[in-house]
Design a binder for this molecule. Structure first.
Ligand SMILES: Cc1ncc(COP(=O)(O)O)c(C=O)c1O
Length: 468
């Protein structure tokens, strides 16, 4: 594409994006595409000759857009609602144009140093001490995998050179997390070669928080059986109910037992920026690692996850390996980010976090987080006031778990009908064996009117379905 054509198309795409971000709700939030629709509309083979960008773009609008579920829609209340904010989107433009690959400090000093500075800002904002180094990965799944790899590096003698297979000098290892922890922990354990049976799911209390007494019991039992505890994962903001495990109590147990503590604060960690929510990371200052996802509730376009780690040396010991062609001569304190993880190439992700933090400012971010929490509390009050419904879990942040009185099937029907409206999209979970509807607030465009509309639709379908 010559530079004039690029300029023309860039303006067209930028205009389209600006219109989109101004009103993503002109599309149905949940794609109505059926399985195979998109595939059937596309040719089976790549074009032999290059095509005009105008034609490609019109196919984007005609074929691709109908297959999009709009995560930036103000009626998106499923999973964890997120925002690709304007400054974050612009940063992604710039990052794509620069096409920086920050594997070494030398391959783009600004990418490495901006990551250090921006993660320092975020660390101070959520109240973690200076001993924690930070590194950006794509997702919390990958951050937790790296944290547990560092734990394994310290706990298992010679694991880097000898691995785990066929060794009779090693005991069986155990990783503890609550029964409500995210499945990414299980996946990490599987990938680290410890075997899925190594995960001990510790019982939660009535509010879905890990029970420290049960953790202690499990550790004693496992030690007696000859197993070695390798790490504990506490969750701050569990996936279903956003419950907060008692990190301080868990950290005391880990301290006494000499076990690595990883805190999964992927969704809720950023709420520690609010003075009233500082407590959620109470005890995390004693953790070995903490993951926080700006792509969840910090208005940063997907993907950007931050791992804070007190033992960056362990992380490097696990992953650092430098072939000759990547050897450079810069001395400490220069760091090469390729040493802190499995990937060599890495995107310039810190640019978007830096631009988001600067654009909104700390007060602006706090205000918006507090607003989302307030909206969720209001929604919970409406649900509690309706005798056809029950709020089934505490609402510490911006997620409400509730169900209509009636069968699982009835709740599923309500959810399907509400999602079929195209105006809102909610998801579900299962608690105490029951199907539960979940409303999550986290998009910057979501106002009280959108939340009220979701509630109106839920009540309306509840009445219609009960009348059938
Ligand atoms: C508590 C928690 N941890 C980890 C994850 C995984 O996040 P990611 O998609 O960034 O891997 C999630 C996803 O919702 C989560 O809720």
């Amino acid at each position: 594409m010559d530079s004039e054509a690029f300029r023309r198309e860039a303006h067209r795409v930028a205009d389209w994006i600006a219109d989109y971000l101004a009103a993503p709700d002109r599309f149905p939030v949940l794609s109505r595409s059926l399985p195979g629709d998109i595939r059937a509309a596309l040719p089976a083979h790549a074009p032999a000759e290059g095509e005009n960008f105008s034609d490609i773009f019109s196919d984007f609008e005609r074929i691709i857009l109908p297959g999009i579920t709009h995560w930036n829609h103000p009626g998106f209340f499923a999973y964890f609602a997120i925002t690709g904010s304007g400054p974050g989107v612009l940063a992604e433009f710039l990052s794509a144009a620069l096409n920086v690959q920050a594997m070494l400090w030398r391959t783009s000093p600004a990418a490495t140093e901006l990551e250090e500075v921006t993660l320092g800002w975020l660390r101070r904002l959520i109240g973690l001490p200076e001993e924690f180094g930070g590194v950006i990965y794509d997702t919390a799944s990958v951050s937790s995998l790296h944290a547990l790899a560092a734990a394994r590096e310290l706990a298992v003698a010679d694991v880097r050179t000898k691995g785990l297979a066929g060794r009779d000098d090693l005991p069986r290892f155990r990783i503890y997390c609550s029964e409500h922890a995210h499945s990414s922990i299980d996946k990490a354990v599987i990938l680290l070669g410890l075997g899925h049976d190594a995960v001990a799911h510790v019982e939660g209390d009535a509010e879905y928080r890990m029970r420290p007494d049960r953790l202690e019991e499990a550790i004693v039992r496992d030690r007696d059986a000859g197993m070695r505890p390798l790490a504990v994962v506490a969750t701050v903001g569990t996936t279903s109910t956003t419950s907060v495990d008692p990190v301080r109590d868990i950290s005391a147990i880990c301290g006494l037992e000499g076990i690595w503590l990883h805190v999964d604060a992927a969704y809720a960690g950023v709420a520690a920026m609010l003075p009233d929510y500082r407590w959620i990371l109470d005890g995390a200052e004693h953790a070995d690692s903490v993951v926080v996802n700006p792509h969840k509730w910090l208005f940063t376009p997907f993907d950007l996850s931050v791992l804070y780690c007190r033992r960056m040396d362990a992380l490097r010991a696990a992953f650092s390996l430098t072939p000759e062609y990547l050897r450079t001569t810069e001395a400490a304190p220069v760091q090469n980010l390729m040493d802190t993880g499995i990937q060599l190439g890495r995107r310039f992700r810190s640019l978007k976090l830096w631009m988001v933090l600067r654009h909104f400012g700390v007060d602006g971010i706090r205000e918006r987080l507090a607003h989302h929490i307030q909206l969720a509390q209001r929604f919970a009050e409406w649900v509690r006031a309706d005798t056809d419904f029950t709020v089934v879990a505490p609402v510490p942040f911006s997620v409400v778990c509730f169900r209509a009185n009636g069968s699982d099937r009835f709740n599923e029907q309500i959810l399907d009908a509400v999602n079929g409206s195209g105006e809102v999209f909610l998801s579900h979970t299962r608690l105490n064996g029951q199907f539960v509807i979940r409303l999550a607030i986290g998009n910057l465009r979501t106002t009280e009117a959108h939340v009220a509309r979701a509630w109106t639709l839920i009540q309306q379908y509840n009445c219609e379905l009960r009348a059938q």
